[in-house]
Design a protein around this ligand. Structure first.
Ligand code: ZN
Length: 471
């Protein structure tokens, strides 16, 4: 396939694929010990949607929040090390509910969209990603993101869930492992598959059981209905996968970007929809169904813009979010020139730009409707896709949420409490409350004034220890 596709055909392939694309200098306490640390004086926005608490006190013992509230209501233990945070804000650690550690943020990880395998052999790219996930973890922490939900990738992405056992500075990860796909998709390595074809019920049952046994946090279905396929038969297999998933005790995450598939996915039993509906505006029937089913809607409004930015070769400086948290290697890829023979012609980029603009407008309108209907909305960037970089991309997604009419306070809840719910960690994190894990971010600017202030990260605490900036 390398080099054999004409540019025109390439453009058609692209459009089809993309339509579905998815300090203070004090010492940090050691993990697991009983050190008591107090953060005093900041305005606390706790992620529950409650009013901010001025002059707050947060008492952290080991990796958990022992007490939190206004200064006059919380006793400070004698043994505590106290950090003064006057003039700052504290929010829960941000949660990105849609990422892929198995994708690089550039086209070398998505040769289905632009085939650069002649320059960047795909298996080597995946090996590199598997060998150095800490680069993306660092970018997350630097961006204020303390937990992520990897909703589709190679087997090793499931193992990232245990990475904190040996590296307390690693971002918290929940992962689904391989995607169960309604189409037999080729983007796999020699040794492992990230797409498992739902060929028949036996294949589905086997995939769900193996993925559950490996320790995945949820089962993910990639629900794509190509025009030539019998959609009723495909839907039967999706329903079967949903029943097997429920039997395994895991939540079900479904990628469905069309109204028809998203409706069918909810009826089949989806708990989380990753990607909103992008083909048409959602109607009252969909809204009622989604609300009654109690699903979590993760819109991913900006991922297609990322592809456009890379096609347009805007480089790191041209991205619509700050790039300072991104590692050198990824920055170099974004700043590198696409090989001349693979540079899409201007008219293709223009046409793709029009598609992206329409896509974004429908996605934003649908988020507005979904949010107004009272459906739980969680933030996820789809990081790892070209131009959607691990870490800071969440801040651009937050901006799009605001464009959909959500207040900065609502955007914050979507990016913390609700995203934690989406990854299945709602009882452990996502808010700054007594008993929860001590994951929070200190900001230099008021996150309730503008979601853009979520970018003003001064310090990040993960499991009670400061992980950003480094000493
Ligand atoms: Zn995705």
């Amino acid at each position: 396939m390398t080099g054999a596709v004409s540019k025109l055909k390439l453009a058609a392939v692209l459009i089809l694929l993309l339509a579905s694309a998815c300090g203070t200098g004090t010492d940090a306490p050691e993990a697991g010990d009983d050190v008591v640390r107090v953060y005093r004086g900041a305005t606390l926005v706790d992620g529950t949607g409650a009013d901010p608490v001025e002059n707050s006190v947060i008492v952290v013992r080991g990796d958990r929040i022992e007490a939190v509230g206004p200064a006059d209501a919380i006793a400070i233990p004698d043994s505590a090390a106290v950090e003064q945070l006057e003039g700052m804000w504290v929010i829960p650690g941000l949660v990105d509910a849609h990422v892929h550690f198995g994708q690089s943020g550039w086209f070398d990880g998505r040769p289905d969209a632009l085939d650069l395998r002649g320059y960047h052999p795909y298996d080597e790219v995946v090996s590199r990603l598997a060998a150095s996930p800490e680069l993306f973890s660092d970018a997350y922490l630097c961006s204020g993101v303390t937990s992520v939900f990897d909703v589709g990738g190679y087997g090793w992405t499931v193992d990232l869930q245990n990475r904190r056992e040996t590296d307390a500075r690693f971002v918290r990860v929940a992962a689904t492992g391989p995607l169960l796909s309604t189409i037999d998709f080729w983007l796999n390595t020699e040794d492992d598959r990230q797409f498992i074809f739902m060929a028949d019920s036996a294949a589905v049952r086997d995939a769900v059981r193996k993925t559950a046994d490996r320790g995945a946090a949820a089962i993910k279905i990639w629900y794509i209905v190509p025009p030539a396929q019998d959609s009723a038969a495909v839907l039967d297999l999706v329903r079967y996968a949903a029943r097997e998933t429920k039997a395994s005790g895991l939540p079900l995450v479904i990628h469905a970007t069309g109204l028809w598939e998203a409706t069918a996915a909810i009826k089949a039993g989806a708990d989380v929809l990753v990607h909103g509906v992008f083909d048409v505006e959602v109607d009252d029937g969909f809204l009622e169904l989604a609300r009654d089913a109690g699903i979590i809607y993760v819109p991913t409004l900006t991922v297609t813009e990322g592809y456009l930015n890379v096609f347009s070769q805007v480089g790191m400086e041209g991205l619509p979010y700050p790039g300072a948290c991104v590692d050198e290697g990824t920055r170099a890829l974004l700043d590198s020139e696409l090989p001349a023979e693979w540079r899409p012609p201007g008219e293709v980029v223009t046409r793709y730009g029009e598609f992206v603009a329409t896509n974004r407008a429908i996605g934003i309108e649908n988020l507005r409707r979904v949010h107004e209907a009272g459906i739980t909305v969680a933030m996820g960037s789809d990081a790892g896709n070209p131009g959607t970089l691990h870490g800071p991309s969440i801040h651009y997604e937050a901006q799009a949420f605001q464009e959909a009419g959500m207040s900065a306070a609502e955007v914050l809840v979507a990016a913390t409490r609700n995203a934690a719910l989406a990854m299945g960690w709602g009882t452990e994190l996502g808010t700054v409350e007594e008993g929860k894990l001590a994951d929070f971010v200190v900001l230099r600017a008021d996150p309730l004034a503008d979601a853009a202030n979520l970018r003003e990260v001064a310090r990040v605490v993960l499991g009670g220890r400061r992980v950003w900036p480094l000493e």
